[in-house]
Design a protein around this ligand. Sequence first.
Ligand SMILES: [Zn+2]
Length: 408
Amino acid sequence: MAAARGPRTIRRKIDLDNFQVASVKTARDINRRIVLNLIRKHQPISRAELSRHSRLQRSTVSVITQQLIAERWVKMGASGNLPRGRKPKFLHINGERSGIIGVDVRSKKTTMMLADLEMRSLAQDSLLTSTDPDEFVSELAGRIRALMKTYSRLSFEGIGVALPGRIDPGSNRLIFAPNLAWKSVDLKSALELATGLEVELENAANTCALAEIWSGAHSEDVHNLVAVTVSDGIGVGMILNGQLVRGTSGLAGEFGHVTIQENGPLCGCGNRGCWEACACNAAAVRYFMEAAPASSGPRGPQPTFDYILRLAQQGDPQANAALDQMARQMGAGVAMTVAGLAPDVIVIIGEVTQAWGRVGKIIDEIVAKRLSMGTRTRIIATNPDTQPRLRGAIALVLQKHFGVPHLV
Ligand SMILES: [Zn+2]
């Protein structure tokens, strides 16, 4: 937590991403977020420790914690065991207070998770992603309402949605999603109307970047983190200098649609040779099919990427060659990202990380070969079991109350 560091490096800036909120909030609200986040991070924690970590006066901490207890955000736990004197009461987050719904929309399947304040999963559900956005909202809202009924003891804080596309920051409409058939959709208003909950939309790669910061898996010195999601497409989410970067149009991070192969394969965006078209899961399937020997007889149904991963694990040379080619193309785009942004860390998210032992090595080699200036950027894989898109979607809602850990 930055607030615990020396005075010269103390950072209590509110994420500019939330400037609309921050501009109308008082200093007390900012302190409240700092205290709430410190409790989350160091729980169980006494008021004295909170005061030390936050450098706020004891009386200020007392007022804030009283308010947080009254609103049931925080609970008072067991007394501490000091050898003598007054026994301090420890504070911890009241995980059972609220429910947050995270939704991960992907081109074919949408997954949702109900989590508590501590991001523990209470329930999960999934549905097919309809090509008709109205139909999709109606079905998704129905599932959400059913969850709210089942868990009616919770107070619902909102819905966070990770989307395979970009959102216009002005209108909140989904404006660029080549892997969904939807055009300029106002998902936020439709879902808010249908559920009565506030909805936060974010690009999936951005939510993954947020999930990485939120999970606390990185050192507090990491302020430049890039998340690269590799699935139906390739998305890049950037936290630079501690801020989520969206750009004027909301389209920042579309490295996936930079041409890396002139006259290359056709991309969902309509262009040819985009990084995405050369390095996403479908590209590996294509490489696999192209390598099929002509004598192999009539082709069966097109294999899935999961099937290729399984074959590769069994040592199939054709599947491994397809993965190697995908990895080289991934490396080309990662090198571009490292050269352009020089982040502390690049996190790769997607099914391909199941073969990281093979793929990660090739990416490292390509990056080293292409960047003669050298690089200190670490390139790592995220464990898919942690469901970063869903956790990031939930963090979108949580950050309204807690701020972004170690960025506040
Ligand atoms: Zn493209």
